[in-house]
Write a protein that binds this ligand. Sequence first.
Ligand SMILES: Nc1ncnc2c1ncn2[C@@H]1O[C@H](COP(=O)(O)OP(=O)(O)OP(=O)(O)O)[C@@H](O)[C@H]1O
Ligand SMILES: [Mg+2]
Length: 284
Amino acid sequence: MEIPSQSQDIISADLESVGKVALNSGFRIAVGGKGGVGKTTVCSVLTQLFQKDGFDVLAIDADSDTNLASALGIPESQAPAPLIGMKHLIAERTGTGKDAVGAYFKMNPEVSDIPERYWRQHNGFKLLVLGGIKRAGAGCACSEGAFLRALLTHIILQRKEMVLVDLDAGVECMGRSSIEGIDALVVVVEPGSRSIETALNISQMAKKLNIKQVVAIANKITDLQQVNDIASQLNGIPLLASIQHSVPVQQADIARTNVFEASSELVDQLSEAKQTLMSMIAST
Ligand SMILES: Nc1ncnc2c1ncn2[C@@H]1O[C@H](COP(=O)(O)OP(=O)(O)OP(=O)(O)O)[C@@H](O)[C@H]1O
Ligand SMILES: [Mg+2]
């Protein structure tokens, strides 16, 4: 589906280098947005597109409802358990074990061994399931938050390595600043004002975290007017792609099969978005 001209203008400056993007170091991308907009769907396809491009991809599921494995077509029995549920591990690393005094915990727990110990290799990419922090209002002031933040900031990337994070729904995950230091934030929106409102809030918080690239992807589109409406309400957030509402994508969710194989249109749209995003990251 076409992207309206005003968004084309915003992204066209970087398009010349598409296909020739050379990044000297690895990079981190997080995918966020309102609940149910398609974050996990987008994340699973991007994971596989980057992997097919020759990147060593670490996909991180940081959502409370850990279902990135399902969208990647990984059977439930083979999906790694969420790290956030491993209370003893977090307690041990953050110093909140049974002998701990009061509510103090280490803000920089030792996590260097965690990724390799807990990720699973699958079809050429790695999946690490963190899970989200469910405690209401926990913000960053909890040991799980410190653990998650340390983990995301710890991972040092070489050239041709990249991390993709499937975030929890809404804006709360931004408050934890666990995604500080990522190179780009992709916000998924759908037709209607509510997901756009969330995207604008997320974008404002991203600026405070110094995240340089915040871009949007419109999903579940049923007519071009919806794309125009979304583009005009995004307050300058570049719209990288618009993805049509697709019954095969829904069916893949029902059947727990790899969404990448469900719709070639979805893959093509996200392939273009990926190239544009890479050139944007390379230019910063
Ligand atoms: N383009 C699309 N066409 C039709 N259905 C879609 C499309 N994209 C996603 N969906 C469906 O919408 C539902 C939500 O998608 P998904 O799980 O990717 O969203 P999410 O933002 O990750 O949700 P959550 O906030 O619960 O994590 C799923 O049933 C998925 O199959
Ligand atoms: Mg999700």
